[in-house]
Ligand binder design. Structure first.
Ligand code: AOF
Ligand code: ZN
Length: 385
């Protein structure tokens, strides 16, 4: 036994359970991704399962079905604490007990009031339950796989990834405005995979006016991918001025227009367009209300794709959690910057990133990094004008 009480076999099983959980990325929202591996008394894997889509069987139920009679006297290793509630499906704590599971290893407690507490219910029923310590690296991997849902469950908002394509000197267009194509075809292709893994793609007001982006996932032929789960396209359009002919309003994917409360949204709603009205704060649209509103619509992971002003405001509000930057080996020396108005005026206030991956994408370099939250919780450490 390792100091945590988990056997090496259980650790191996947990890593497999995390891999299984990841298979649900992009299809389980608004629910979590969850994986489960069932081990018999000899440590052999007798069942595997994962949560595929909201409303479908939970990971534990899928793994128990896979194990059949072999679940009797077995151990279930799960990435998220088994639920104790009856929601769209029955409580997993009951399913585990009824199948004869005698030990449950849990990577991450369920923070929701509705479903959390399953570990105690199982213990009360005589099941041996092990919950990993908060600093356990295997728990960290399970948290990471479920980051979007856990961010929502703990903080009431989706996780936000800012994706940017820029030159090595941080520009998104040349001085004359030409911007097609800064990054390579490989990088642009990869962005479609990013979109497929999230629930919503978010762009700021200036972007539709300047670029008329489509934001849907295309297939290999460049047509609309009807098989991929298309993310919600979210357009911030403070004054509700978007033309009805904008490509982002077509029927390739659902679209939500975010406008200031009190703006002339009737033109849009009359045309059948879904509108989210949010209050206006002193420094512009209330972005906290925006992300909370997206969370209320079931969005757990947002891909912020620009423009520079919206991204800067989101960074300033502490609402960007992760950055994926495609950096083209190109220098311009003039032209718009990829990020503006973050409120950072001095080096000591710079937004700190922790790089999690660096790789090549065709001729470009892709850098993935987490935003290191300032000590002062959710508030940005800088003041905005
Ligand atoms: C899942 N899949 O494998 C596990 C979940 O919407 P319901 O009724 O299916 O319940 C969803 C809640 O159940 C979810 O928010 C989480 O708290 C808990 N566990 N959910 O969708 C699973 N194990
Ligand atoms: Zn469950």
């Amino acid at each position: 036994m390792s100091p945590s009480g988990m056997t090496p076999t259980e650790r191996t099983a947990l890593r497999e359970a995390v891999d299984l959980a990841r298979r649900g990325t992009g299809t389980t929202s608004p629910n979590p991704v969850v994986g489960c591996v069932v081990l018999d008394a000899s440590g052999a894997v007798v069942g595997r399962g994962w949560h595929e889509r909201a409303g479908g069987p939970h990971a534990e139920v899928a793994a128990l079905a896979d194990a059949g009679d072999a679940a009797r006297g077995a151990t279930a290793v799960v990435t998220l604490e088994p639920c104790r509630h009856t929601g769209r499906t029955g409580p997993c704590v009951d399913a585990l007990r009824e199948a004869g599971i005698t030990r449950v290893v849990v990577a991450v407690p369920d923070p929701t009031a509705q479903a959390g507490g399953g570990a105690d219910v199982l213990r009360a029923a005589g099941v041996d339950v092990e919950v990993l310590a908060a600093d356990d690296p295997d728990r960290g991997a399970a948290e990471r796989a479920n980051r979007a849902w856990l961010t929502w469950a703990r903080r009431g908002r989706p996780v936000v990834t800012w994706k940017v394509g820029q030159t090595l000197d941080g520009r998104t267009a040349a001085a004359d405005g030409t911007s097609r194509w800064i990054t390579s075809a490989e990088s642009r292709h990869e962005v479609h995979a990013l979109r497929a893994a999230v629930d919503a793609v978010l762009v700021g007001g200036g972007t539709p006016a300047a670029d008329d982006p489509h934001l849907a996932i295309r297939d290999a032929t460049g047509g609309i991918d009807r098989i991929a789960a298309q993310p919600l396209r979210v357009v911030v359009d403070t004054r509700a001025e978007i033309p009805l002919t904008a490509r982002v309003l077509d029927d390739a994917a659902p679209t939500l227009v975010v406008a200031a409360r009190g703006s002339r949204t009737a033109r849009l709603t009359d045309a059948g367009i879904d509108v989210l009205e949010v209050p206006v704060a002193a420094d512009g649209l209330d972005l906290d209300a925006l992300v909370t509103g997206l969370g209320e619509r079931g969005v757990r992971h947002v891909l912020l794709e620009g423009g520079a002003t919206l991204a800067g405001s989101m960074v300033a509000r502490g609402l960007v959690d992760e950055v994926v930057a495609y950096v083209a080996p190109t220098l311009l020396g003039a032209g718009p910057a990829s990020l503006v108005e973050t409120g950072v005026g001095t080096l000591g206030d710079a937004v700190q990133l922790a790089v999690t991956d660096v790789s090549r994408c065709g001729p470009d370099v892709r850098i993935t990094a987490d935003v290191v939250a300032p000590e002062t919780a959710d508030q940005p450490s800088t003041t905005q004008e």
